[in-house]
Write a protein that binds this ligand. Structure first.
Ligand code: AMP
Length: 114
């Protein structure tokens, strides 16, 4: 997608602080971290949001949890735990319209909404 910020990061047109990459996913540090560890995990395929997932994407989405756990293991926060957040659409507060999973970790994260 031409105008998508995260597609530009995937293509290397905008720099990022890369944490993980494979054929299907890229993970990088959030530019405005809300916790000591704040990583965004994105599929390289442009999917606007969770609400835009197609049946074809089920396998890809199944894999993303494995990628997240791998990152947690490699970065050393698997043991202490982490929080996973996906904002979806306007009411979910999604600002970048390329599906992304926020991983927050590195301290007790405090108040939970749920
Ligand atoms: P959301 O509000 O769920 O759409 O989250 C978008 C996230 O992208 C925010 O946490 C931003 O801080 C983050 N973000 C925006 N631009 C960049 C960038 N160039 N590199 C890394 N993270 C970014």
């Amino acid at each position: 997608m031409e105008d998508c910020l995260f597609c530009k990061i995937i293509k290397g047109e905008i720099p990022c602080s890369k944490v993980y990459e494979d054929e299907e996913f890229l993970a990088f540090n959030d530019i405005n971290p809300k916790a000591p560890i704040h990583i965004l995990v994105i599929p390289k395929k442009h999917i606007e949001s969770l609400a835009h997932l197609k049946e074809d994407d089920e396998k890809l989405m199944g894999k993303i949890y494995g990628v997240i756990n791998k990152i947690a293991q490699e970065k050393g926060f698997k043991q202490d735990g982490y929080r996973l957040i996906v904002n979806c659409g306007k009411n979910g507060g999604q600002e970048v319209m390329h599906l992304h999973f926020h991983i927050l970790a590195g301290k007790p994260l405090g108040e939970k909404i749920i």
